[in-house]
Design a protein around this ligand. Structure first.
Ligand SMILES: [Zn+2]
Length: 121
């Protein structure tokens, strides 16, 4: 698992389309191939965050993106994962995420030190 991206965009009023949000992550973190948003599958969503599983059509790597819509705008954090879509869907059902938990996880992954460690791997 490694962090690959964290990016802020200006806020858009009534912005709630996760496929639109996904466009801010335009490339596979492994092979840099552009992927199509129809390769992404939503497996969890609440009013704050969407969790999306993507499998790259070129290198078959899987990654999970968390798209967070906060007051200031839109941000995303992605993690490379060994889990397939069925795995993440099952895990999500076992451990339901609350908004607080998502924000907590997001803040953890957004910390500069964590990003630095991930980049050095
Ligand atoms: Zn790829």
């Amino acid at each position: 698992m490694g962090l690959y991206m964290s990016r802020m965009l200006p806020s858009k009023p009534h912005f709630d389309n996760w496929r639109e949000a996904l466009k801010i992550i335009s490339r596979c973190p492994i092979c840099s191939e552009n992927y199509h948003t129809d390769e992404a599958k939503l497996f969890a969503k609440n009013e704050t965050a969407s969790l999306v599983h993507i499998t790259c059509h070129k290198c078959q790597s899987s990654f999970v993106a968390m798209i967070v819509m906060l007051g200031q705008g839109l941000s995303s954090v992605g993690m490379v994962t060994d889990l397939n879509f069925a795995d993440v869907e099952r895990l999500h059902k076992v451990v339901p995420l609350t908004t607080d938990e998502i924000i907590e996880g997001y803040q953890f992954m957004s910390q500069a030190e964590f990003i630095k460690e991930a980049v050095q791997q």
